[in-house]
Design a protein around this ligand. Structure first.
Ligand code: GLU
Ligand code: MG
Length: 448
């Protein structure tokens, strides 16, 4: 708050509402207007520009984008996605709605990732008779804190940040994202926020909302909440873990089958097989920055191989444990966790490609991959080959090449979208070329 605004009652100000899109750079952008005229804007949306999609995280645009200076679009809000937070001291209410990008007649734009996720969920219902339940877990580090060291996972590490945690939880509750846990993590000044499972579109919206709110709350303390995949070359990574499970169209859980390996039902096994098959191409979207590949290395509890594992934190697709207490129903808790995602990605696009790959597996009736319940890097080359364990791409450039070879995955997208995505990512690679690992971390931390 500046000297001139200090002391002024916020009631005197005009509250803003914003329609946002979280784009392929994982950045939440949008346009604002006076919240009191919301009804008008809910009907007509706000303007948007196609070439915005070609913006790299560093604000330079990929010149080779399909639109140049041409064209006009709308951000059309989803009224149910409103996040309004009034509990933050010394700032006006934060008030925004996630939006789809449409053409001027309100039809979804081919390149809108939120609409792509919606189409994917429709396909899941139509082609597999399944509904997706999802949740997003996100890790971040507080930068600029200047407090004493505290042990990992310790109560002291949490209390050092007080009242950051309680204020963040309050803000997230107010925003309707149903936060569950705020926990100190293993890394330096690292925390994690989890939220309740819900339908997959809402889960993706929550992924973006939680980042926006955590950053804003941290900034009130003079800190930065960084969700960058790494904030120092030798530190731990910040992951975005996507949890998914399925119900039939009546809402009955269908992921669990106690009689099968890993307790995965047949349909969930085929889903896992589709994900494992396409994983090396998927990371081009879910771990989409140059820095992402410093996190996706062995022994980081992130994900470095194509690998389905039960309760194994080196597995890219991890079958999560269930509680066995009286009164708990394993079928309702049971879910798989995709660990090869980070916050440089759009949560909508990450969830969509994960589900698309799984749906391919379901439609083809693929067999469940073998369960790898220890570190996949510990297997001999022969065993890796026999078990279908492949190393994931080790750079963004490598991931883009792998993507180009997987015609099933490239076939999911409109040509303009893919051209723009690849051009933007190639430009991003060019911008950070030659930076040392620590410089790379610092560069990405300015954005994420
Ligand atoms: N920090 C790890 C990652 O980058 C995850 C640790 C965990 O929560 O299992 O994904
Ligand atoms: Mg964690």
């Amino acid at each position: 708050m500046t000297e001139t605004t200090k002391g002024k009652a916020h009631a005197d100000f005009t509250e803003l509402a914003t329609f946002v899109t979280t784009d392929i750079a994982g950045i939440t952008r949008g346009r604002s207007f006076a919240a009191k005229v919301i009804d008008d804007y809910l009907r007509k949306g706000v303007g948007w520009v196609p070439a915005n999609l070609a913006l790299t995280p560093f604000d330079q645009i990929a010149e080779a984008n399909p639109w140049g200076s041409a064209g006009d679009l709308r951000l059309m809000p989803d009224p149910k996605s409103q996040a309004r937070v009034t509990c933050l001291p010394d700032v006006t209410p934060l008030n925004f709605y996630h939006a789809d990008i449409t053409d001027l007649s309100g039809h979804p734009w081919d390149c809108c990732v939120r609409s792509f996720l919606k189409r994917t969920l429709d396909a899941f219902e139509r082609e597999a008779g399944l509904r997706v339940i999802a949740a997003v877990e996100q890790e971040f580090q507080l930068l600029g804190v200047g407090w004493p060291e505290a042990p990992s996972f310790s109560l002291r590490a949490q209390r050092r940040a007080d009242p950051f945690g309680p204020l963040l939880m309050r803000a997230l509750e107010e925003a309707g994202v149903e936060p569950e846990m705020f926990l100190p993590e293993y890394g330096k000044d690292q925390f994690e926020i989890t939220c309740r499972a819900t339908d997959a579109l809402t889960a993706a919206d929550r992924g973006a909302t939680i980042r926006v709110i955590a950053r804003e709350v941290a900034s009130l303390f003079g800190w930065q909440a960084s969700f960058a995949p790494k904030t120092s070359a030798n530190g731990v990574g910040n992951g975005v873990h996507l949890h998914v499970s399925f119900t039939d169209l009546e809402g009955n859980p269908v992921t669990f089958d106690a009689s099968r390996p890993g307790r995965l039902s047949e349909v969930a096994g085929s889903f896992a097989a589709g994900v494992i098959r396409h994983l090396p191409a998927l990371v081009a979207f879910t771990a989409p920055s140059v820095l992402s590949y410093m996190r996706l290395v062995p022994h980081h509890w992130s994900a470095a191989y194509t690998c389905l594992g039960e309760k194994n934190r080196e597995a890219t697709l991890r079958i999560c444990p269930t509680l066995d207490l009286p009164g708990s129903n394993p079928a309702r808790q049971f879910n798989m966790e995709y660990r090869a995602a980070d916050a440089c990605a759009s949560p909508h696009l990450s969830l969509a490609v994960l589900l698309k790959a799984g749906l391919e597996g379901i439609k083809a009736g693929l067999e469940q991959p073998p369960l790898i319940n220890s570190d996949p890097s510990g297997f001999s080359m022969e065993d890796q080959q026999r078990l279908g364990i492949r190393r994931l791409p080790s750079s963004l450039a490598g991931a883009l090449d792998t993507l180009a070879e997987d015609k099933t995955v490239t076939g999911w997208f409109a040509e303009d979208f893919l051209d723009c995505y690849v051009a933007m990512k190639r430009k991003e690679i060019e911008i950070v070329e030659g930076l040392s690992p620590d410089e790379l971390c610092a560069r990405y931390a300015t954005v994420y």
